[in-house]
Design a protein around this ligand. Structure first.
Ligand code: HEM
Length: 209
């Protein structure tokens, strides 16, 4: 997976094409998603996404491996899922139903203490797991041919936290399914290892051993 970021879609296209040429024939391009920032980091439903991400040092602890080896330290495990929204369905819900689907208020981004147990943030509340399941989410909205949704991306020092959250979302812990599934579904799901970056760029020593 290559994630290119920038303000200009044309420049991103050309950078992507250049990388594609360099990577051939070892790698073949099979899927491209154009993501973008909506407002100040919202999902296309209008809800703020990323609020409860750990910050600063806590973000580094959650996202990066440490204390393992100098080939692995600083690397990260990345889970990527392309979710496709049924925005018409979501728009037809009342404001309260929408808030209870997410578990936070759209207007003020506050957590709703008495939201149903199926509310998304009730399902995946990071402190609620044993051990706590912290990840750093960097998801981005996408649109293609009038289909739209969220490219969910989370970084962590192992896949354990992500898998614990996903188990609870699909109801494997207590039979309650995440209300997100009422308007969105994952079309893909992939796991990647993101190598550490050293002084001379990517440190790929782990792959050589
Ligand atoms: C359609 C896909 C998804 C949408 C629209 C979505 C949206 C949101 C929103 C609006 C929040 C509340 C604000 C925030 O703290 O960021 C949130 C929180 C969160 N989401 Fe998602 N999410 C999606 C999928 C997932 C998936 C697949 C996972 C993990 C398996 C996940 C894990 C989390 C976590 C850990 C939180 C923070 C919970 C907390 O500690 O309060 N989300 N999500």
């Amino acid at each position: 997976m290559v994630w290119l970021r920038g303000d200009n879609l044309g420049e991103l296209l050309h950078r992507g094409r250049a990388i594609e040429v360099i990577a051939q024939p070892a790698f073949e391009l099979i899927h491209v998603v154009d993501g973008f920032k909506y407002g100040d980091g919202m999902d296309l439903t209008g809800y703020q996404d990323g609020t409860e991400n750990p910050k600063d040092e806590l973000a580094q602890q959650a996202a990066l491996m440490s204390g393992e080896s100098n080939k692995m330290d600083g690397s990260s495990f990345v889970a990527v899922q392309q979710w496709q929204h049924d925005l018409s369905h979501f728009e037809n819900l009342s404001a309260q139903q929408q808030d209870h689907t997410i578990g936070r208020t759209k207007a003020t981004d506050e957590e709703i203490a008495d939201a149903p147990t199926s509310a998304h943030v009730k399902r995946v509340e990071q402190d609620d797991f044993d051990p706590p399941a912290y990840v750093v989410r960097r998801s981005t909205p996408w649109i293609e041919n009038q289909q739209a949704g969220l490219m969910f991306v989370s970084f962590s020092h192992s896949f354990d936290a992500f898998e614990m959250q996903l188990r609870r979302m699909v109801g494997l812990d207590d039979g309650v399914t995440d209300a997100l599934f009422t308007f969105s579904k994952p079309a893909t799901g992939n796991y990647y290892w993101c190598p550490p970056i050293g002084k001379e760029g990517l440190n790929l020593a782990q792959l050589m051993s």
